[in-house]
Design a protein around this ligand. Sequence first.
Ligand code: ZN
Ligand code: ZN
Length: 268
Amino acid sequence: MSFSSGHRYWLPHLSEEENRRLFGRWASPYNHGHNYVLEMTVSGAISPQTGMVINIKELDALLRRRIVDRFDQKSLNDEVDEFAELPPTAENISLVIWRQMLDLPQGTRLESIQLFENERLFVQVSRNNGGYDMTLTRCYEFSASHRLHCPQLSDAENAALFGKCNNPTGHGHNYELEVSVRVSPDPVTGMGVDIGVVDEIVNREVVDRYDHHNLNDDIEEFHGLNPTTEVLTRTIWRRLNGKLPVPLQKVVVKETARNYFEYSGEDE
Ligand SMILES: [Zn+2]
Ligand SMILES: [Zn+2]
């Protein structure tokens, strides 16, 4: 489902100076807007009668009544009660939606919601031990070339194993990178993390280093490694883990439209 809403980061009971100090570059007494996209996952048993977990129409109607009709084409700060005092960050909007949708028809359970503020930023709230976890994901791109090749194997074995990917002069990809961090919204600002700081670190550690480079030859951390996307994903995790202002949850690298890899530090 989607809805278009306006919002601003500006608390009415604070002075201009305090608002600018709290929200930094995001502070403004004027609205801007987003086309939010909301995904929701529920679980339950398949009904022997209908063959469904829940009737999608019923779920759509609930989402419409509780969220979309109340948020769409509205200024969240001014027209939606929950945000009269609560800054409508993607984190807080997700939490409000999570709480509104917890009560579902008998036998179905809310598992997670994903709220995209734009194509490059989304917040996920997912069930965990009776409570919930929240992650914020930021999306990046870089273009890099590589060659898949194991020096321990013969040229014929490499060619058989990697096919076209073993081409001696390499080939390239437009990689898409998703970095997910664990957040909880600040009680005052509603922000889980300063996204500007995350961008700065990911760009410095990964995107600016790899973009328009040859991974095998130009990038120190791949010397002696076969730069498959599995290795790339784990390498990015290691470069970012511990350097961000909040805990790293997951790194996803999409090599092509047909395959992607994710890593959460399993063998660290
Ligand atoms: Zn915004
Ligand atoms: Zn490749």
